[in-house]
Design a protein around this ligand. Structure first.
Ligand code: NAI
Length: 340
């Protein structure tokens, strides 16, 4: 134990169910024997009183220093109020790749054939640029920004990951039949990157057809690369195929920093009830462990989760059970101990 690495990681507990699920992930990591010195920082509505901003400089500096963060979800007011802190964080730290693995082995799939796709969502532009205005009474405008730089790098992230992980197929998702300029540029960039990876099959699919195909034949998808808005919607759809938002992890990766967080939001409808499914955040933390080079511990946690799910006991209500968050965490930790 004495020469074990201590990792210094920033933790944003988040809003709603965030503190419950991030605390669950910390317990699981500790049970797997990884030592982390957590630097706990504020963001979102909870930071306003103390720092007069939703994204304090101290929070950004903590991530800049530690390079890696685990993050709970942050609430964004609908229609009015402050802009999304999640979007701000991704843009400020240039976390351009949002990576979301969707696997039926990890959840309770509604399909019989195994689903094992990895979604690469562009994370810094598109309609999330926040360029909106009222241009006349009763007329609002929102600008969709697509750049060559961002499209090339998300495509390279997707193809590069596919090659490294021995995946065979990348789908680019678009609506370039209608948005010939913006989605046309995205598609052109994907085609150029595809030409750099001749061993990987490249396919294109229009986003509406993609939604239908994903519901009917999701197992045809391997690696999927999309712009920001399509990526947001399609990854929630994909989550629904493997057990819901409670089981799908995610990572926001840039060239310098990485922030790990589940696909789900702050789930205000169940916050504070002790019934949130912690699996998505535990799996996000597990992606973080691999990023940190702790692959042995990550393999053990993954095996423990597979074993835990196979018994279909101590599941939270979203997975059809009656267990609390704590009971589920205890169940997973018991499996980790078994696999020691
Ligand atoms: P949501 O993901 O919070 O909830 C959607 C539904 O899924 C709810 O019924 C919720 O109870 C359920 N759910 C989500 N996570 C769950 C879990 N771990 N266990 C069990 N059930 C779970 O999405 P919603 O309601 O659209 O957004 C709520 C807030 O979260 C909004 O303010 C939104 O802006 C924010 N949000 C933040 C994200 C982030 O911080 N990365 C991502 C998505 C939404």
């Amino acid at each position: 134990m004495s020469n074990q690495t201590t990792h210094h990681i920033t933790l944003i507990p988040g809003d709603g169910i965030g503190p419950e699920v991030t605390s669950a992930a910390r317990k699981v990591i500790a049970a797997a024997g990884v030592v982390i010195d957590w630097e706990i920082v504020d963001a979102g509505a909870g930071a306003i009183d103390k720092f007069d901003t939703t994204l304090p400089e101290e929070t950004l500096n903590s991530i800049r220093k530690n390079k890696v963060a685990l993050k709970g979800p942050l609430t964004t007011p609908i229609g009015t109020g402050f802009r999304s802190v999640n979007v701000e964080l991704r843009k400020t730290l240039d976390l351009y790749s949002n990576v979301r693995p969707v696997r039926s082995a990890m959840g309770i799939s509604v399909h019989h054939q195994p689903i094992n796709m990895v979604i690469f969502r562009e994370n810094t532009e598109d309609l999330y640029a926040g360029l909106e205005q009222d241009i006349a009474p009763g007329v609002a405008q929102s600008l969709k920004i697509i750049t060559e730089k961002a499209s090339l790098r998300i495509a390279r992230a997707a193809f590069g990951w596919a090659e490294k992980n021995n995946r065979k197929l990348v789908h680019a998702v678009h609506k370039a039949n209608i948005m010939k300029k913006s989605d046309g540029l995205f598609l052109d960039c994907c085609r150029r990157v595809a030409a750099e990876f001749p061993k990987i099959t490249y396919k294109e699919i229009i986003v509406d057809n993609c939604a239908m195909q994903m519901v009917m034949r999701p197992y045809q998808f391997d690696v999927v690369v999309l712009g920001n808005l399509y990526g947001d919607i399609i990854s929630d759809l994909a989550a629904g195929l493997v057990g819901g938002l409670g089981v799908v992890p995610g990572a926001n990766i840039g060239d310098e920093y990485a922030v790990f967080e589940s696909v789900h939001g702050s789930a205000p409808d169940i916050a504070g009830k002790g019934i949130a499914n912690p699996m998505a955040t535990i799996l996000s933390a597990n992606m973080m462990l691999r990023h940190l080079g702790e692959s042995k511990a990550a393999d053990r946690i993954q095996a423990a989760i597979v074993l835990f799910l196979s018994e279909k006991q101590f599941l939270t209500p979203d997975l059809g059970g009656t267990a609390t968050t704590d009971e589920m965490v205890e169940g997973i930790i018991n499996k980790i101990k078994l696999l020691r």
